[in-house]
Design a protein. Structure first.
Length: 245
């Protein structure tokens, strides 16, 4: 027996928090009966419907994907652009990305059908490091990079401290390669941080998520996470979350 909201989240319908909202709003039925109270438990034989559609209980799957540039981090796009799920034509489960990478940003992205898992990783308290390598316009002074390290004011608030390292610079082309590690997930955050110090990003790639790396994958390729990696990610998110609760 499992809690109803967990079953809904695991089916990839919504995060556990959103599942709880759907239950309170009377949009969930168990064996034909509307459920509005949290805490109800269901068995595998129970029929669960969300907004009149019966959910299919899928086995959870977890993928690490090397997202190419020019691909949108969503299940499908109204404008007809290529979406990350287009690279998984043989996967029958209803997978979705954990967070997102910008259309023009490449690199490591996780996909799953486990809403509970995704919600845990994306929770602000998790603070899992995400490491990016950015090619920027101009060569920043050390003080400019220190602003990023201390946290910099953006239109939606000050960023958390970042870890920043200059990897190389080209005086002739007036460009620099910078490694930056952040744990927040605001929209276009890395790009906006560099714009705030006067060095727009020309190219951006996410190279690491927690302890995970691209590990030799080429753009457009993916692999399944091992059970041990999934367990490690859960433990990492919960450990950091406890420290910040």
């Amino acid at each position: 027996m499992e809690r109803l909201q967990k079953v809904i989240a695991r089916a990839g319908i919504a995060s556990r928090r959103k599942a709880e909202d759907l239950i309170r709003e009377g949009k969930v039925k168990v064996n034909g009966k509307v459920i509005t109270e949290l805490g109800v438990k269901v068995s595998p034989s129970d029929r669960v419907e969300v907004e009149e559609v019966q959910i299919e209980r899928e086995e959870p799957v977890y993928f690490l994907f090397y997202k190419p540039r020019g691909v949108i981090s969503t299940v499908k796009d109204e404008k007809g652009r290529k979406a990350v799920t287009d690279f998984f034509p043989d996967i029958k489960e209803r997978i979705f990305p954990v967070g997102r990478l910008d259309y023009d940003t490449s690199g490591l992205l996780l996909l799953t059908n486990d809403g509970d898992f995704a919600n845990l990783l994306m929770h602000p308290r998790s603070e899992i490091d995400k490491v990016y390598v950015a090619k920027i316009e101009g060569i920043p002074q050390r003080e400019a990079l220190r602003k990023l390290e201390r946290g910099i004011k953006l239109e939606d608030g000050k960023t958390a401290p970042a870890k920043v390292k200059m990897l190389s610079s080209d005086k002739k082309k007036q460009t620099a390669i910078i490694e930056i590690a952040i744990h927040e997930g605001r929209n276009r955050q890395v790009r906006r941080m560099f714009e705030a110090i006067g060095h727009p990003v020309a190219k951006l790639k996410r190279e690491r998520y927690g302890f995970l790396t691209l590990g030799g994958l080429k753009a457009g390729e993916m692999r399944e996470l091992t059970p041990h990696e999934v367990k490690q990610l859960r433990a990492l998110a919960m450990e950091v979350g406890k420290k910040n609760s």
